[in-house]
Design a protein around this ligand. Structure first.
Ligand SMILES: Nc1ncnc2c1ncn2[C@@H]1O[C@H](COP(=O)(O)OP(=O)(O)O)[C@@H](O)[C@H]1O
Ligand SMILES: [Mg+2]
Length: 385
């Protein structure tokens, strides 16, 4: 020991406490909780930490070094830190995996399907492609994250998988044993089926494969404690909707349509599936509703009334009110923002399309009546986990 006046145990406690404030940049939990701190010594104001990385060649060494140094040098008398990096053994990684899964569970479980899950799950569906389902999904995700909610998106659209691009996700998921860490962008955790299909080969997904992929996305991805999970479904529902109902019976379906859609047809199909799977239809979003002209008038490029007709028709089919949650105008900035990887609700929040999307997000961030009395992490402004 150096010239510290504090008793050794107190100083060591302080260092331990300081280390507990440092999160692993990827897993976003304290390094002490993750079993990454193998040990430390302190001498002449210098803390030497033996740190175990989850994988060799972890690119986050610099960040860890900076964060640990910042944390321990807050302690009076500590002037620096030296990190000796090691790598976890197979056994240590397994232990970490168990910690992350929240216990000794051997079977992969889908946290969102557990009784008492606080996560509200929205499956975004449409009758056909090109109606803006992915654009609506990523904007709602970004808008909800902006409100301080913890948000995840599963891109289950095997034909499109455009969600990562629209959210500007740069990095692939990483692995700890058989746990998958989702990359994050704009505060949204993202997993796409496209991240698991080699190259850009057009993969023909059959029902069972799709079911397994979806199960893996939900069980093996470390999502943490989500307030909202959004799923971008392939157009036309079908196989995925049935799988989803089995895997996530509490998922609520959000229907995206345009004013022009063969409204009755869309409604009938979505309604039939919801009836069959006993899933709740949370509402309808009409996209590409009109184009605002320079003189302020609205040009109804694709006609009018599709969203309202779908909502009314669904209400009749399922026998419960299915509201029209919003009408999103056509705006080239929606596409540009998506292409640039920053959804319009973040890139240009005062645009009418962004405001309309924000209003839909507000409606989705509300407590569900049937869940009153159960813990639900919505409307909490402080971000958790
Ligand atoms: N409200 C809108 N205004 C302008 N362009 C839009 C709007 N909504 C979607 N788009 C564009 O239309 C195209 C199809 O949208 P996308 O979200 O990929 O649809 P889907 O997921 O239903 O296939 C994209 O190029 C997107 O940028
Ligand atoms: Mg899409």
């Amino acid at each position: 020991m150096g010239s510290m006046s504090a008793p050794a145990s107190t100083l060591e406690d302080a260092i331990q406490a300081a280390l507990a404030t440092v999160d692993d940049p990827e897993i976003r939990r304290p390094i002490t909780e993750l079993g990454m701190v193998k040990g430390f010594t302190v001498s002449d104001g210098l803390v030497k930490v033996d740190l175990l990385l989850t994988v060799a060649g972890c690119p986050l060494r610099d960040k860890l070094t900076t964060d640990i140094t910042a944390a321990v040098t807050e302690i009076p008398g500590i002037t620096g830190a030296e990190i000796n990096f090691g790598v976890m053994s197979e056994e240590q990684r397994k232990a970490l995996q168990t910690t992350l899964r929240g216990g000794a569970a051997a079977e992969p479980v889908i946290p969102f399907a557990q009784p008492g899950s606080r996560t509200r799950v929205y499956a975004v569906a449409s009758g056909k492609g090109g109606v803006g389902k992915s654009s609506v999904t990523v904007n709602l995700a970004a808008a909800l994250a902006k409100r301080g909610l913890s948000v995840g998106v599963v891109d289950a659209d095997i034909y499109g998988h455009s969600v990562p691009r629209m959210l500007g996700v740069q990095s692939p998921p990483t692995r700890v044993e058989d746990m998958i860490m989702p990359p994050q962008s704009h505060g949204v955790k993202v997993i796409s089926i496209g991240m698991f299909t080699a190259g850009n080969a057009a993969v023909v997904w059959r029902g069972p494969m799709l079911h397994r992929a979806l199960q893996q996305f939900l069980a093996d991805v470390y999502w943490g404690d989500l307030d909202v999970l959004l799923l971008d479904l392939p157009p036309g529902t079908g196989d995925v909707a049935i799988s989803l109902a089995q895997l996530l019976p509490n998922a609520e379906i959000l229907v995206v349509t345009t004013p022009q859609m063969a409204a009755a047809e869309v409604a009938e199909r979505a309604g039939a599936i919801a009836l069959q799977t006993h899933q709740r239809l949370v509402g309808v979003v009409e996209n590409m509703s009109w184009l605002e002209l320079p003189d302020g008038s609205r040009m109804e490029v694709f006609g009018a009334g599709g969203g309202e007709t779908v909502a009314q028709s669904l209400t009749q089919t399922v026998g419960a009110r299915v509201p029209l949650l919003g009408q999103i105008p056509l705006d080239t900035r929606v596409r540009e923002a998506g292409d640039a990887g920053t959804p319009i609700v973040l890139a240009d929040p005062s645009a009418p399309a962004a405001k309309a999307l924000d209003e839909v997000a507000d409606k989705l961030a509300v407590r569900r009546e049937s869940l009153v009395g159960k813990p639900l992490g919505l409307m909490v402004n402080a971000k958790r986990g």
